[in-house]
Design a protein around this ligand. Structure first.
Ligand SMILES: C[S@@+](CC[C@H](N)C(=O)[O-])C[C@H]1O[C@@H](n2cnc3c(N)ncnc32)[C@H](O)[C@@H]1O
Length: 493
């Protein structure tokens, strides 16, 4: 079945064609031969296949691989959690599974950066440019929601999408900060086990997905951006501990935003920095005449072209650090911070009441702590308190477990979907029409009398959807879904 493309006109057709031809020509110089150039031009003219990445943090993702295979989706070679559909899969964002955080709608190419980063449970990791959170949610899943994941995003207007994705995907191990990337390096000296710099870029590699890139792209602007990227890469490298892993990625295919930026780092830090090979990913090499302008080790980075894997363009490089670095204007040293704060008795009492009502034991990782933040009871990485007290562009941390209202702790939506399967407290099982009604924010008339009145978990098969209130007749159920989850029409994967 052929895929249809939604036309998006940014300039008139002739101008669009001229700009696209000039971009393809520009990129074409980086390919080894004419057949590759033709293949890129063809793939850029073909719509992207729909793709998603499963989120193993959420119980609702279990069992989805067989559903996906039935729908003709196959895992991509470098990331077994990412599936690409052979036939269009419209409305993925309207499905129940999406709303429960079982997957993130994401193309195949950007998932490679986190695979190369290889995050491990319990580590300290920095995602320097985080919004809207595609890679943050992927990193947190690799860490199994443990350790410390600092997600930084300085653009305020991009925070709601980042926070929404973290909550939907059940991410609890983050500290969210809002600093310009280079400023973070004044505090974090040789500190993180791994750093991801998914740099702001021209996006010239994703013209296949969004032609709006054509309205802004020019070779001069790419040079301008590379100065910003060079500064961010230095800061990212400084924050990495010796022996750690830094991944530099962009969705640009240009030399300016990739090889030139990396060359700047290698020149500045000499033998302290080393580019490492990326195993298991073959990509067409740069023509020799182009490659000869850069240090030979840059051939170890990967440029993902759209045509071999039917995805968008991207660039990924893996770097390690051999010796500590110094930063010119240092404020403080985060390595001195860590002070463990024990949970206090009042917090423990609230935890106990929640556990009693919902009949479960809160599955907190040993490096997370339960704490009160305003009206919320939150679980957060132990180190979050230090970020807060030092006011390091702190925005928020961890996961909201419950909200206090009139002396009672109401379980949050995020805790319900993430932990609900382990709760043996009051619940009602819904059928599909009742689920659809719940997501329309209508009162559900239950086909079967609920076992109890008052607060319950609403379940659909093995999945916990949300919390709800059962009325006095045990027939009426009012869901407590957040407004952002309401859907007039709800689909299934
Ligand atoms: C390519 S996007 C990141 C995409 C994200 N990693 C993901 O996978 O969803 C780059 C981000 O860098 C942010 N940014 C721009 N300038 C920055 C700076 N000086 N320091 C840190 N982040 C910056 C942008 O606002 C943007 O959200």
């Amino acid at each position: 079945m052929s895929r249809t493309r939604t036309p998006r006109t940014v300039v008139d057709d002739a101008e669009r064609a001229r700009r696209l031809a000039s971009l393809l020509d520009y990129h074409g110089r980086l390919l080894p031969n004419e057949s590759h150039r033709r293949a890129v031009a063809t793939s850029v003219g073909t719509p992207m296949p729909d793709a998603l990445r499963l989120n193993p943090l959420q119980p609702a993702s279990l069992g989805l691989p067989s559903t996906l295979r039935r729908r003709g989706a196959t895992p991509v070679p470098w990331c077994s959690q990412t599936y690409q559909f052979e036939v269009p899969a419209p409305h993925l964002g309207q499905t129940l599974e999406y709303l429960l955080g079982a997957f993130y709608v994401q193309a195949a190419a950007p998932t490679l950066a986190v695979v190369v980063l290889d995050p491990q449970p319990g580590e300290r990791i920095l995602d320097l440019c985080a919004a809207p959170g595609g890679k943050t949610t992927q990193i947190s899943a690799c860490m199994n929601n443990t350790g410390l994941l600092v997600a930084n995003e300085p653009k305020r207007k991009r925070l709601p999408s980042l926070i929404g994705n973290l909550e939907r995907c059940g991410v609890a191990n983050t500290v969210l900060t809002g600093a310009p990337g280079a400023m973070m390096a004044r505090t974090f000296h040789n500190y993180f086990d791994r750093v991801l710099l998914d740099a702001p870029c021209s996006g010239d590699g994703i013209v296949r997905k969004s032609e709006t890139v054509l309205a802004h792209w020019s070779a001069e602007k790419a040079v301008h951006r590379s100065h910003h990227q060079t500064g961010l890469l230095r800061a990212a490298f400084h924050m990495l501990r010796p022996g750690g892993t830094l991944v530099y990625s962009t969705c640009s295919l240009s030399l300016e935003e990739n090889e030139s930026v990396l060359t700047g780092l290698l020149r500045r830090y000499g033998e302290k920095a080393e580019l490492l090979p990326i195993d298991g990913f073959a990509a067409p090499p740069l023509p020799r005449a182009v490659a000869s302008h850069y240090p030979a080790e840059l051939a170890r980075a990967v440029r993902i072209w759209p045509h071999p894997h039917d995805t968008e363009g991207a660039f990924v490089a893996r770097i390690t650090k051999h010796d500590p670095t110094q930063w010119p204007a240092a404020d403080d040293d985060a390595a001195d911070w860590l002070v463990y704060r024990k949970e206090d008795a009042a917090v423990e009492a609230r935890r106990h009441r929640l556990e009693e009502h919902w009949h479960f034991s809160m599955p907190l990782p040993s490096d997370q702590t339960l704490t009160v933040r305003g009206e919320y009871l939150c679980c957060e990485p132990e180190r979050a308190a230090d970020f807060r007290s030092r006011n390091l562009h702190f925005i928020r941390a961890g996961m909201r477990v419950a909200r206090r209202h009139r002396g009672y702790d109401y379980l949050s939506q995020q805790a319900a979907t993430l932990w609900g399967h382990g709760m043996k407290g009051p619940s009602v099982q819904l059928d599909w029409p009742e689920v659809a009604c719940l997501f329309q924010n209508k009162t559900v008339s239950l086909a079967r009398k609920a076992p109890t009145r008052g607060l319950v978990l609403c379940r659909f098969g093995p999945w916990t959807l949300t919390r709800g209130v059962v009325g006095w007749d045990r027939r009426g159920l009012q869901g407590l879904l957040p407004g952002a989850m309401h859907r007039p029409v709800l689909a299934r994967l």
